[in-house]
Each structure stands twice: as C-alpha cells, then as structure tokens.
Design a protein around this ligand. Structure first.
Ligand code: PMP
Length: 414
C-alpha cells in the first residue's frame, strides 16, 4: 500500500544485512524481540560517548542534560500512548516489571479475600504469575477467562464472570502466541460497570498498531521497549493519574523519597515514588530514539502493510501440507504460531536456522494458551514492519524442503 515500504525501515537496521549460517538473515522472531535501527544504536553511543551522567541529583551541566533527556523520553512515551501527562508514565524494566509493580503496589492495597482477578487464558506468563503471587498473599482469586475455539476471548463467558467481586481484569492488547487482538475497549467499558480496573498488556501491540490509552479508557497499560525497536531493560507503565497518585511505593531507595528520617520517611510524588534507584538512563535515551524512528513512519500505513503481509503469509503457509496455524480470530496481528505434522517444533526451528531463518519454538511463555489447543510446544513466526513477502517465501520454501528431505536428515522428526 502507498505510504510505507519495508525497504525504508530495512535500510536503517544494520543487523538485517548480516548472514547466518551462510544465508542472509530472515528475522521472524519479532515477538521475542525486535531489531534496532542505527538511530537507536547511535543514540546509545552518543550518550555514553558524550553525555553520560546520573540524573536528578548533582547540580552540574551533564546531570541537567541527562535529566532533560530522561524526561524527554517520558514525554515521548506519554505522547506515543496518548496519555494526558508525562507524569502518568513510570519507567520500568519491561512489561514484566510493570505488571509486578501494579500487583505489588495497587494489588496489595486493593485486593482482599473473596476478590476476583480475571485473567484471559491467552495471557503471557508475566500477566498470570504476578497475579497468582499477590492473590496468594491477599487471599484473592485468579479466574481465567476462557477462549473460543478460534482463540478469541469468550465474551459471553467474560460477561458472566464479571461481578461486584471483580477488582481487576488483566488482558493483552495482542496475544504473543495466537496473535489475537481482543476488543479491549469494549471489555474495559464492561469491567468499569462493575467498578473493576483493567490492566492491558501492550507488549505485542505497540509495534503493530496505534494505541490510545485514554480512548481505551485503560487503567493500566504496560509495554517493553525491546519489542519496539529500543534496547532491552527499559519499558513503561501508564496508569490513570488518580490511580497512580494513590499508589504506594513497591521498592524503596534513592530518587523516590522527599525526606528520610529514622522516625518518618516521606515519599516523592509519582511517577518518581515508583522508580527507586538509578534508572536505565541510556535505555530511556534509546527508547526515545526508537520512538522518534518508529513514529516517523505513517503508522496507519505500517499497520496496513503488516496486515497485507500477514494475509500473504497465512495463504503461503496454508500451501504447506500438514501445517496448521493456531488461532483464527479475525482481529489479529502477524504472529503466526503453527504446528507441522510429523515434526517437533524445536526441529523445525533448527532446520530453518540452517537457512538463516529465525523463528521461535517452545511454549512462548503462554502455556495455558497452548494447552487450549492440546499442545505443549509450537513454532512461531512473528512479523514486523521490516519483513517482506520474499522472506515469507523463503520461510515457506525452507519448510517444503524440510518435508522433502530424507527422513534421516530431518531434525526433530516425530
Ligand atoms: N506480555 C506479552 C504479551 C509478551 O509477548 C511478553 C514478551 N514475550 C511479555 C508480556 C513480557 O515482556 P518482557 O519479557 O519484555 O517483560
């Protein structure tokens, strides 16, 4: 479609021009992590080469410069998510830490015996286990929201599970294993009728379609920078200001206090109250560069391109005998998890790797979603804006060669 060409993204990403096992790299493991444009790599070098300093304390020029960059990163994240203010954004290590923060701070204060936390069956383990941990301590219950055979969230079951006991609904904006994009806005509106809060796991969504947290009316929204062309170790949590302001510290240390006394310590306002210790300053610098890079593209055109590429990939994969893609919900992103009759997923990944094609095999940290299909493991090709139809063709050709190879040469033949 006009407005976006993958070449315009590819030319910025050095790693896409390397070879693996003698073949040009075909990176189809974007659900695990995305590759980085040179703008991000250069921003990290420039920070450490010319601007490194701790922030917020120390009245010197470079501390001020680093503080400005850090806060510019916060403003960019707020704008990217459609938040009303940079103060609504807490920097964290990633989605996992964001959800643990909400569970340990908000959850500890708001959950009690008999309360329900509704968690979609398709959630990543990082949106299940933190709730199990805090539920155990507060004697609340974690209740799974079932899936339909297509891999969508069963909306009738969801409506039936909601009650005045429901304190929180945890749902992904896009599934990392089925690709499903649930109707989060509608689910949020329904949860709010019962007074429940909604946490949206945006880890797989943010790189694929525009997000507006205020339009969704989400109470919490979490994402990881590394799935958005930024470095690992940095991510963000958005929370509605009135919720954030009431949140107690979950970790103590420097940067999060107003004054410390052995009789009484007072805390800084949010978001700083929830950011104990020295933050990942270079990570924020890299995240800012990644957001600047990514938002320079026409986002609707990127989403349209990815949808067209996904449709192409679905049709191409369907021509491989014995291949089945998991999940057929119509609203989805280009995460294509599949099984191939007679082949162990790890063997498929191993074979593709010999051709320079990177996919993921395993449980994808979403064991309940796979169990829904009676599986413990599957192969996953996950696409990003810089992937091309030629790369999809290479994937399909390699899978066909796997099937045609003598059995003794097929890794993981079952
Ligand atoms: N949620 C989803 C939907 C994910 O795909 C992932 C990463 N695979 C996570 C949460 C966890 O993200 P991170 O490991 O970056 O904290």
């Amino acid at each position: 479609p006009p407005g976006f060409s993958p070449e315009s993204a590819r030319q910025d990403i050095p790693i896409l021009h390397r070879t693996v096992n003698g073949h040009p790299l075909v990176w189809l493991d974007n659900g695990a992590t995305t590759q980085k444009p040179r703008q991000v790599i250069e921003a990290l070098g420039a920070f450490y080469g010319a601007a490194n300093s701790n922030i917020h304390r120390g009245a010197h020029t470079m501390a001020r410069e680093a503080t400005e960059m850090y806060e510019a990163g916060r403003s960019a994240v707020a704008q990217f998510l459609g938040a009303g203010s940079p103060d609504d954004i807490v920097f964290v290590r990633g989605t996992t830490e964001a959800i643990n923060l909400v569970a340990q701070s908000w959850g500890r204060a708001n959950l009690g015996p008999g309360d329900d936390i509704l968690v979609a069956t398709l959630e990543h383990h990082s949106d299940i286990v933190p709730w199990q941990l805090i539920a155990k301590e507060t004697r609340a219950r974690v209740v799974p929201i079932p899936l339909t055979p297509e891999g969508a969230i069963d909306q009738d079951a969801y409506a039936d599970l909601l009650s005045s006991r429901t304190q929180l609904v945890a749902v992904s904006h896009a599934s990392n294993v089925l690709g499903t994009v649930p109707p989060v806005k509608e689910m949020t509106a329904l949860a709010h009728r019962y007074g429940a809060k909604v946490l949206v796991d945006g880890a797989q969504a943010v790189a694929h379609f525009p997000v507006d947290v205020r339009d969704l009316d989400a109470d919490f929204y979490a994402f990881s920078g590394h799935k958005l062309f930024a470095p690992t170790g940095i991510g963000a949590l958005y929370a509605k200001p009135e919720i954030l302001q009431a949140m107690r510290p979950w970790q103590g240390g420097g940067n999060m206090i107003e004054s410390v006394d052995f009789t009484r310590t007072t805390f800084a306002p949010v978001p700083h109250r929830l950011e104990a210790g020295t933050g990942h300053i270079s990570g924020v610098v890299g995240l800012l560069a990644a957001l600047n890079w990514f938002t320079s593209f026409d986002r609707d055109a990127v989403a349209a391109y990815e949808t067209a590429l996904m449709t192409y990939a679905q049709q191409a994969l369907a021509t491989v005998p014995g291949l089945e893609v998991l999940g057929s919900a119509p609203e989805r992103i280009a995460v294509l998890t599949f099984t191939l009759a007679g082949h162990d997923p790890a063997g498929i990944a191993d074979w593709l790797d010999r051709d320079g094609i990177a996919i993921r095999a395993g449980h994808h940290c979403a064991q309940p979603a796979l169990a829904h299909y009676g599986l413990e493991s599957a192969a996953r090709a996950s696409l990003a804006l810089y992937n091309t139809s030629e790369e999809v063709d290479q994937l399909v050709a390699s899978l066909r060669r796997l099937q045609e190879a003598p059995e003794a040469e097929q890794p993981g033949r079952i």
